[in-house]
Ligand binder design. Structure first.
Ligand code: ZN
Length: 339
């Protein structure tokens, strides 16, 4: 479902060539990852989240870091997702780590729908010389696991799959204390403008550029989140819509239309925000006044300086509800074990 690179969070660079290859992913799912059909697997590790399990496997290859350090990182990523959604999205998920000789860092991730009894399967390529510091900077693992928490959509709506993962990943990591709220809003300030429609844009369903796919989709999510919270006096947010979609079976191993998913999301918040926004954004270039939005949310910055929060801003409470400096949530019940 995704092929992000290991660029910094703010860049979230993706290779356009890989986006072109994306439509073949569901077909590949029938046969397993294309270039690792018969990898040698070390004994599996199971990370448990209530009744749901993430099985972590290491393909053959050398890694400088001990397995425990890498497993702790995977556990933190999965805990962020489980905390945001209130559960690990699928009953049985599998994550395969594929060491890459001579390289360093989390290099790339891809997630497929169900395979061999698992409803979701993520493959992460990890460099042999990856350090704990590089693991600390990795957003790819969380991003990939978020993909399991939404149905597989037609190609025209791929922007929603990527936009959602781009938007939810840092917010989920704030909730478990992995990221600071200021860092998340800084990345949004610098990232969201890459999602704005350029000249000639035909709307999200018909403009499949990298910027519109990842950040255009994330912008849709941010605007929807703020609007749901405005209309419900901050009692409901996008998170409630997304949890309802997962609860009603909207996970990666099911193929839905986007209308189906958004209707469930709207029912959960008692609004029509998602369906109305989609009707407007799908085939037209909708401009968002980002500067006005940041001002209303109470987000200020100077060139190269840190983000400052304005407590008296009209939407300051909504900003904090999305990603704030309040006390962090307790990670969802995550008990790890090795078999
Ligand atoms: Zn992705």
């Amino acid at each position: 479902m995704c092929e992000p690179s290991n660029e910094s969070m703010a860049l979230r660079n993706c290779f356009p060539l890989l986006l072109i290859l994306l439509p073949v992913c569901p077909a590949l799912a029938q046969e397993g990852p294309p270039d690792h059909p018969r990898v040698e697997i070390a004994p599996s590790h199971e990370l448990r989240f209530g009744p749901n399990v993430l099985q972590v496997d290491f393909a053959a290859g050398d890694l400088d870091l001990p397995a425990d350090a890498i497993l702790a990182h995977i556990r933190a990523a999965a805990s962020a997702v489980a905390t945001y959604y209130g559960r690990l999205p699928v009953a049985r998920a599998r994550l395969l780590l594929v060491p890459v000789a001579g390289r360093s860092g989390i290099m790339q991730g891809t997630t497929w729908p169900g395979m061999n009894g698992f409803q979701g399967f993520t493959r992460i390529r990890i460099g042999q010389h990856t350090t704990t510091s590089e693991l600390g900077e990795d957003w790819t693992t969380t991003h990939e696991l978020v993909h399991m928490a939404f149905p597989t959509l037609p190609d025209e709506q791929h922007w929603m799959e990527e936009g959602l993962a781009t938007y939810v990943e840092p917010i989920a990591r704030v909730a478990t204390g992995e990221l600071e709220a200021r860092q998340v809003w800084r990345d949004m300030v610098y990232g969201m403008r890459k999602g704005e429609p350029a000249e000639g844009d035909l709307g999200l369903d018909r403009t499949h550029t990298w910027g519109r796919t990842y950040w255009g989709g994330a912008l849709f999510c941010l605007v929807a989140d703020v609007q749901i919270r405005r209309e419900t006096q901050d009692r409901k947010g996008l998170q409630d819509a997304l949890r309802a979609i997962v609860a009603q079976g909207g996970t990666i191993n099911h193929e839905w239309t986007l209308d189906q998913a958004l209707a469930i999301g709207d029912r959960a918040t008692g609004t029509h925000v998602l369906t109305q926004m989609y009707a407007e954004w799908k085939d037209k270039p909708v401009q968002v006044d980002l500067m006005k939005l940041w001002e209303e949310l109470g987000i200020r910055w100077t060139a190269g300086g840190p983000i400052e929060f304005v407590a008296s801003a009209p939407l300051a409470r909504i900003r904090d509800s999305i990603a704030g400096e309040r006390s962090h949530a307790q990670p969802a019940a995550g008990v790890s074990g090795t078999r």
